[in-house]
Design a protein around this ligand. Structure first.
Ligand SMILES: Nc1ncnc2c1ncn2[C@@H]1O[C@H](COP(=O)(O)OP(=O)(O)OP(=O)(O)O)[C@@H](O)[C@H]1O
Ligand SMILES: [Mg+2]
Length: 134
């Protein structure tokens, strides 16, 4: 079967982060991800969404589910139009936080997924695209 689905979730509040977690979980179930893989992609989604709300002033998440003959996976893109990240290398380092957090969101997310692509421009915003293959 070849099919794909695209769901967009607005991210403004902590409740929106919870909604995104639910939608990602749903799509991971559609893809028949293992329980462990479901938890990994849900955790990753949660961290990126939390950053978009806290640092990016809100944004949106796009969940793309593809079922394509052996190339099944979930792609998540989280976008905001906030202040951007001045030093991405610093931000990616475990323990670095400008918000009094643990500074583990981005570094942890990278380890939970198969593909991780962060683009950020100061004054323009931040976009992070992650993929977890089945
Ligand atoms: N969307 C974003 N816009 C602007 N800055 C960001 C964004 N996401 C992350 N950052 C910056 O990168 C830093 C590291 O992010 P990361 O998620 O790793 O840690 P944290 O959010 O500070 O703490 P934790 O996620 O562990 O609670 C943040 O403190 C912030 O300075
Ligand atoms: Mg974070």
């Amino acid at each position: 079967m070849a099919a794909s689905e695209r769901v967009t979730v607005a991210l403004r509040t902590q409740e929106d982060v919870v909604s995104l977690r639910h939608r990602v979980r749903e799509q991971a179930v559609v893809l028949r991800f293992s329980l462990l893989d479901q938890t990994k992609i849900v955790t990753a989604a949660s961290e990126l969404a939390r950053n978009a709300v806290i640092y990016g002033g809100g944004g949106e998440a796009i969940i793309e589910t593809s079922l394509n003959n052996g190339r099944d996976g979930l792609t998540l893109t989280v976008i905001d139009h906030g202040p951007g990240i001045p030093n991405v290398e610093d931000a990616m380092r475990a323990g670095f936080s400008t918000g009094g957090g643990l500074g583990l969101g981005l570094s942890g997310t990278r380890r939970l997924v198969d593909e991780f692509e962060l683009r950020s421009e100061v004054g323009q915003g931040t976009s992070v695209r992650i993929v977890r293959w089945k």
